[in-house]
Design a protein around this ligand. Sequence first.
Ligand code: NAP
Length: 290
Amino acid sequence: MSEVSVIGLGRMGMALAGALLRSGARVTVWNRTSAKAEPLVAEGAALASSVAAAVQASSVVVVCVADYQATYGLLEATQVAAALAGKVLVQLSTGTPKDARDGEAWAKARGADYLDGAILAIPSQMGKPESSIIVSGSATAFEKSKALLERMAGNVSYLGGQVGSASALDLAFISFVFGGLIGFYHGARICESEGLRVGDFGSMIADVAPAVGGMIKQDGDAIQVGTYESPESSLEMCARGAEIVLRQAREGRLDAVIPAFTQGLFRKGVAAGYGAESPGALIKVLREAT
Ligand code: NAP
């Protein structure tokens, strides 16, 4: 028996299996395109001849493929589903909270103990202190897989029995990162339009990251308790700042799609009467829209 089977050897699955192997774990792997397993086999992994054989090989089965549909495509075959009984199934493919709830029901119906997780890192960070995996779902599944998860990532957090929690927090995180990234790309165009080095801009963002994190934390606390009064920076001030970024886009003949969207949202907040409040008050506009 292996200690863990990894199904899916894309960029992330390779990194997970690699981290497990380097930590000394006995690992079985399987991938649709089996040639991808070769470097792992050279490192000591066992290559399963089928998905069912991969499931049979270990008591903990980690799946990391493109999405949940691909997972079902692999695990729904009768002999695979039968092999899942009594196993711990850890789903690390990205999905929605509903995907996680459906996954839990699906696994339960086949007698498997289910944990749903999300990886807050890129493949080259796996197995290192800076990588994080968050999981939610069955407490017993977490107990049985905790030591293995800790070999894959430096930080492992169990968010409790509500199985959709990990994917909800993952999507919230992705939303934050993507918002930051598109803002960064527009910032890069501002730098280019003024002959500045985009690499220097990236370094500047890395330097101020803790301060940005502090602002976000303050906003999170304000939204949590619903207190937006006496702000250090007001929503109106943000709207004016967004206006200036938009004006520069026009003056510099840049694509204005990103600043126009940002400015439109802040203006909406001001028009709704929240201008004197803290920027987090914008959530009231977002709530009204649903
Ligand atoms: P990837 O490199 O594109 O690999 C996709 C994997 O899914 C491959 O193993 C692929 O098999 C398999 N696959 C896709 N469709 C399939 C199907 N219909 N049937 C069977 N296997 C199928 O993606 P990745 O970067 O490894 O990402 C895997 C998961 O991790 C995703 O859910 C992703 O969101 C999540 N994730 C990735 C990162 C990252 O930075 N890469 C970070 C956090 C989370 P083949 O090799 O045969 O094509």
